[in-house]
Design a protein around this ligand. Structure first.
Ligand code: NAD
Ligand code: G6P
Ligand code: MN
Length: 440
């Protein structure tokens, strides 16, 4: 049986040990010989590698775990490259959130001005990553989680159309797990219809054994949103901030009961509520640094001191999903997932060159998206506006165009006015000098 070599770019990520454990949990079906971590921050990665090695050794002594800052060493001979870069780290995430909030606008990791700021930092490193992969591991598939996934996917579609990359997001899976719990079934019993862009989509139907359960979900969710009757197994999206986001799904469903919105649509449809619910001095980045990041690095410090393993991380839907996608490619499983793919007519009344999030069957040659019906004017209007914003942002990055960046900001539904968009853009330029291309 073939054994697989996995490279993890952004090896120092808080998610690396969970992904390694997810790989080990599937090792009998998907045997792994090596996990190689690659990062630009050697010290952070060294620590995460210690935990990863320990977690892997609990399952199988023969799996080699290594870490390097050299892309050739990391990628040569790899079958898969799992990418999860956070360019600028949580320190910059905090600025992406707080700068817009200081002007009364949504500040978020992937949506609105924060997401666009993060996009302008991430496009060049992701292009570089694709080039490293093409040079050192031309046969490998890159499975990419690096955010902002919608903007990254558009930039790579445009700049590296031949890259063997599949862009994925764990939010729909997290939502599906919660919907299964609401319906009292297992996640694997659920099949969904869905369309949109990444972090900008709708579940149009939810089936169990071929029967629509949409009515039941609509009834429950327009009161409770995605807050489940008992503690959800989706631990990754379960803290106080996530409970707020899940609750806001109810508010959106009350306005527009037709389809179940991605929780991320709150930033575009009810931004005023989101801003009012936010503590401007303690945003999501602060919570992540004080919890997910701190718990992991505390448990690593303990491991270094005592040799004792206290995990301090979750496998979550995040780890399981990326491994499932890799297995579908490796074994040509033709399994159905929601993925970010080039539209090419799948949604007939959206542009061919939109990177859309829709169901696709995954084979060893990549995704085969399904065809959908035309979408109605409300969704089409929202999507086209967001798509134009994302496309302009990518063009701004590539051409170094201030005017296009301003257009991208002004078009984004998180902004009440182009004047505010300019103020926020100018502050973000100042904060991102070290990372952004120069915009003239
Ligand atoms: P983190 O800061 O803990 O880890 C990211 C790592 O990337 C760091 O070790 C950093 O040094 C490294 N890095 C930065 N620039 C790099 C470069 N150019 N080359 C190689 N490594 C680089 O972040 P995290 O909270 O673990 O999240 C990791 C990423 O995964 C983020 O982009 C996050 O948004 C994303 N994510 C995406 C999804 C999704 O649904 N698509 C879900 C969860 C997390
Ligand atoms: C979901 C989204 C990711 C996002 C993450 C943020 O999983 O799909 O794209 O990065 O949430 O979670 P955090 O705990 O870092 O706020
Ligand atoms: Mn996501």
């Amino acid at each position: 049986m073939k054994t697989f070599k996995i490279a993890v770019a952004g090896g120092g990520s808080t998610y690396t040990p969970g992904i390694a454990k997810a790989l080990m949990l599937k090792k009998d079906e998907f045997p792994i010989s090596e996990i190689r971590l690659y990062d630009v921050d050697a010290e952070r990665q060294r620590k995460v590698a210690l935990m990863t090695e320990k977690v892997v050794a609990e399952f199988d002594d023969n799996v080699k775990v290594s870490h390097t800052t050299n892309p050739k060493e990391a990628f040569e001979g790899a079958d898969f490259i799992f990418a999860q870069l956070r360019v600028g780290g949580n320190a910059m995430r905090e600025k992406d959130e707080k700068i817009p909030f200081s002007h009364g606008v949504v500040g978020q990791e992937t949506c609105g001005p924060g997401g666009m700021a993060y996009g302008l930092r991430t496009i060049a490193p992701m292009i570089e990553l694709c080039d490293f992969a093409a040079e050192h591991a031309p046969e490998a598939w890159i499975i990419n989680y690096s955010n902002p996934a919608a903007i990254v996917a558009e930039a790579l579609r445009k700049e590296r159309p031949n890259a063997r990359i599949l862009n994925i997001c764990d939010m729909p899976i997290g939502m599906m797990l919660r919907m299964a719990e609401i319906l009292g079934v297992e996640k694997d019993e659920i099949e969904v219809d869905y369309f949109g862009l990444n972090h900008f989509g709708w579940f149009t139907d939810v089936y169990v054994k071929g029967e629509s359960r949409m009515e039941e979900l609509r009834e429950y969710m327009s009161v409770n949103g995605l807050v489940t009757p008992a503690q959800s197994k989706d631990l990754q999206h379960s803290d106080v901030d996530w409970i707020k986001a899940h609750t806001n799904v109810a508010k959106m469903l009350q306005l527009f009961p037709e389809y179940i919105p991605s929780s991320y649509l709150q930033y575009y449809l009810i931004p005023k509520t989101v801003v009012e619910q936010t503590n401007l001095d303690y945003t999501r980045a602060n919570r992540v640094m004080d919890n997910r990041e701190k718990n992991l690095f505390d448990s690593i410090a303990q491991l270094e001191e005592t040799g004792e393993l206290k995990e301090g991380f979750n496998v979550g839907v995040h780890g399981t999903f990326i491994v499932d996608v890799a297995m579908a490619i490796a074994y040509d499983k033709r399994e159905r997932f929601l993925l970010i793919v080039e539209n090419n007519g799948a949604i007939p009344n959206l542009p061919d060159d939109a990177m859309v999030e829709i169901p696709a069957y995954v084979t060893n040659r990549g995704p085969e998206p399904i065809r959908l019906n035309p979408i109605s004017l409300f969704y089409k209007g929202l999507i086209e506006q967001q798509l134009a914003s994302e496309k302009l942002l990518v063009e701004a990055a590539i051409e170094g165009s201030y005017q296009k960046a301003l257009q991208a900001f002004a078009l984004n539904k998180t902004f009440p006015s182009a004047e505010v968009a300019k103020i926020v853009l100018d502050d973000l330029i100042e904060a991102n000098k070290e990372f952004w291309p120069v915009l003239n």
